[in-house]
Ligand binder design. Structure first.
Ligand code: LIP
Length: 275
């Protein structure tokens, strides 16, 4: 189906739609959080799929589709939906699902919008803390409307690094990377939500985030927020579609961290560049 080469819409309108959809998804998640029973759709050794993931996504996609019916969508639960414009929504309806399933209060909704393969708008919403992280390309990053910046930590020795520990199999374990980092940074933190890890890097609550195998939908929105907060988010594509190796930090620290992680900068590109 032909892609119409139209002019991009106003990014502020896109942001308004993303925020409305994030709140709607969060309302669904909030209801599940407060319900005495948690509906589990599927269990795997290192993962779980909840009904809340699916219902939140349906709610979010209905709003995005109503606002921009011809844009494409890439969503964690329902996958890729055809695009008839250069616009693409990238959605994680519940990032931190395993945390949620243990009633561990650390999860969020993540919505990004790309135009011509570059992320232009990003929203990460943590409903329990009522914290909305947002950014428009070239217009700065905000937490509940207040500008945010990365931390100015000058040395890796003083860095607190969030590390994602995904679905560990012999092929995808990041234990060697973790060991490399543990020996050089101040502290490692495993918090279980890549989107919040990168958003926390953007506002200086941690100095970096690393994960050896993570999906676009977990990182795209927060990566733009981090870039607009003065940081950088790098990715190296893997053989699995939409799955990448990701390192995010401040410009001061990212090079040194990449060295310790043997992060091949020759194959690296910004997490906001989906081309
Ligand atoms: C999670 C990520 C986390 C990773 C988990 C999982 P989900 O996303 O946020 O960083 O370690 O394996 O991928 O599945 O909760 O959307």
């Amino acid at each position: 189906m032909a892609i119409s080469m139209s002019r991009p819409p106003a990014f502020t309108d896109i942001l308004d739609t993303a925020v409305m959809a994030a709140h709607a998804g969060a309302a669904v998640i909030g209801a599940a959080w407060h319900s005495p029973t948690l509906v589990v759709n599927k269990r795997a050794h290192h993962d779980v799929k909840l009904a809340a993931d699916v219902t939140s996504e349906k709610k979010i996609l209905a709003i995005l589709h109503a606002a921009r019916p011809r844009d494409g969508i890439l969503a964690e639960e329902s996958g890729a939906h055809q695009a008839r414009t250069s616009g693409l929504w990238i959605v994680d309806p519940l990032d931190g699902t395993v945390n949620f399933s243990h009633r561990h209060p650390h999860f969020c909704v993540s919505i990004a919008w790309a135009w011509e393969g570059v992320v232009r708008v990003g929203v990460v919403y943590d409903p329990l803390r009522d914290e909305l992280f947002s950014a428009i390309q070239g217009r700065g990053a905000f937490l509940n409307g207040v500008p945010i910046r990365v931390a100015s930590t000058t040395s890796v020795k003083r860095a607190m690094v969030a590390i994602g520990f995904g679905k560990v199999t012999p092929e995808t374990t990041c234990l060697p990377d973790m060991t490399r980092l543990a020996g050089v940074v101040q502290k490692l933190r495993i918090m279980g939500s890549a989107a919040l890890d990168i958003a926390y890097t953007a506002c200086g609550r941690v100095d970096a985030y690393y994960e050896s195998h993570i999906y676009f939908w977990d990182i795209c929105a927060a990566a733009l927020i981090l870039e607009e907060a003065g940081g950088a988010a790098w990715m190296i594509p893997s053989a699995t579609p939409y799955k990448v190796r990701c390192l995010a930090s401040s410009p001061i620290l990212i090079g040194t961290l990449a060295g310790h992680l043997r992060f091949d900068q020759a194959h690296t590109k910004p997490c906001t560049n989906l081309r």
